[in-house]
Design a protein around this ligand. Structure first.
Ligand SMILES: Cc1ncc(COP(=O)(O)O)c(C=O)c1O
Length: 420
């Protein structure tokens, strides 16, 4: 099936028992076993089925199947939030003494995980310029467990040199993780550039209306864990907590997703509510329609702002003249997302804009149907040092605009009155 069809039918056609045309909301923590043997088989992983909602739930199963299909992957694990997905993945792939190489342009919260939280567990992250593959290669050691970048970096939608960086990862047999929150698989599929795992904050465009939190990791099934047993021994050695199962052998192209579910989710318990999975599924049905409108509106609003006398600069790779416009056309033929930043002429103007908009919201979120303005330096990236803000290209005059699906003319009129 094609993308628009998967968005409405992926993982679910109709309920065979009741005929219901939407996935039933299964608010049940446990599932009746057929026999003692059936229960034992489920716990031994020799038979698939539901045991307990911390691990899996029939409503969440549909969300996971749909996400995996949209991304072209083999399996997905849904989580309570985007950060839960990130933490589970990092702690599953890395232990004390291991290393990560990450882009130096990331969501502030993710930056915080790398710079402040993971070091407490002995996991060290080095940061590199996302357009300088040689800088990534220089940081690789035999302890490097993953490369991490965002498809369009938060906040200014900067585009990494995917081909260059992924070539380095392949040369050294390192797993590549792309946070695809900003683009969603409608605009960009990490599998097409050779990434191995996708992280999502489904809180944003996938759910799409700013109602429920959620996250996911999608296993693209294209990393040969057994062939890289030296770097990733956990996948090829018997697991003591599951009677000696060897994940790379038993689960092959879903080995990572299976470990995440059976170990990270089991231990950390960052399970999504089935109700949140249900609402996210409803949101995904209209993803293609919304993303197309987000892109169209972002282009119009960015273009208008770039001619305003009180605006110093606009960073939207979709606009001709942006330094990454060619890269945007190459990797994002349908448009580089619905979000951009602009720099007002001074801090007072930036402050006045976010305080005087009437239609647009001033909030710390993105990917909503509503247009949202955020001041990264005082909110989403507040925990970053002034030097770090500098390397991320974030200034005090910068405003992030997550363009909604309202009429572009109304958004423009609102910004015009706020700029004064
Ligand atoms: C690019 C990106 N990744 C991950 C996250 C974290 O997701 P969540 O807020 O769902 O935990 C965010 C949150 O803003 C984000 O912008």
């Amino acid at each position: 099936m094609r993308f628009n069809t998967i968005a409405v039918t992926g993982g679910f056609s109709f309920d065979p028992e009741t005929g219901a045309t939407n996935p039933p909301l299964h608010l049940s923590n446990a599932y009746q076993f057929k026999s003692a043997e059936h229960a034992a088989n489920l716990f031994d992983l020799t038979e698939a089925g539901h045991i307990y909602t911390r691990l899996h739930n029939p409503t969440t199963d549909v969300l996971e199947a749909r996400l995996a299909e949209l991304e072209g992957g083999t399996a997905a694990v849904a989580t309570a939030s985007g950060h839960a997905a990130e933490m589970m993945l990092f702690l599953e792939l890395c232990g004390a003494g291991d290393e990560i190489v990450a882009s130096n342009r990331l969501y502030g919260g993710t930056m915080n995980i790398f710079a402040a939280t993971l070091p407490k567990y002995g996991i060290r992250t080095s940061f590199a310029d996302q357009n300088d593959p040689a800088a990534w290669e220089a940081l690789v050691t035999d302890k490097t467990k993953l490369f991490y970048m965002e498809c369009l970096a938060n906040p200014d939608s900067g585009i990494p040199d995917f081909d260059g960086i992924i070539a380095v990862a392949k040369k050294h047999g390192i797993v590549v993780v792309i946070d695809n929150t900003f683009a969603t698989p409608y605009l960009f599929r990490p599998i097409d550039v050779g990434a191995n795992l996708v992280v999502h904050s489904t809180t944003k465009y996938l759910c799409g209306n700013g109602t429920v939190m959620g996250g996911a990791v999608v296993d693209l099934g294209n990393f040969d864990w057994a062939a890289h047993a030296k770097r990733y021994p956990d996948f090829s050695t018997p697991d003591a907590s599951y009677h000696g199962v060897v994940f790379a052998e038993t689960f092959k192209d879903t080995a990572l997703a299976t470990r995440l579910r059976l170990k990270a989710l089991r231990d950390m318990g960052a399970t999504p509510s089935p109700f949140n999975s249900y609402l996210t599924l409803m949101g995904i049905q209209t993803l293609p329609l919304r993303m197309a409108r987000h892109v169209e509106n972002a282009y119009r609003v960015a273009l208008w702002l770039s001619t305003h006398p009180k605006v110093k600069s606009v960073s939207y790779p979709g606009v001709l003249g942006h330094a990454q416009h060619e890269l945007a056309k190459k990797y994002f033929p349908k448009g580089p997302g619905g979000l951009f930043t602009f720099e007002a002429q001074d801090y007072d103007t930036a402050k006045r804009v976010i305080e005087s908009v009437k239609l647009c919201l001033h909030a710390a979120n993105l990917g909503d149907t509503r247009t949202i303005l955020t001041h990264p330096a005082s909110t989403t990236h507040r925990q970053s040092s002034p030097e770090k803000l500098g390397t991320m290209g974030i200034s005090r005059e910068m405003v992030r605009v997550s363009v909604g699906i309202e009429d572009a003319d109304d958004i423009i009129e609102d910004l015009a009155q706020a700029l004064g």
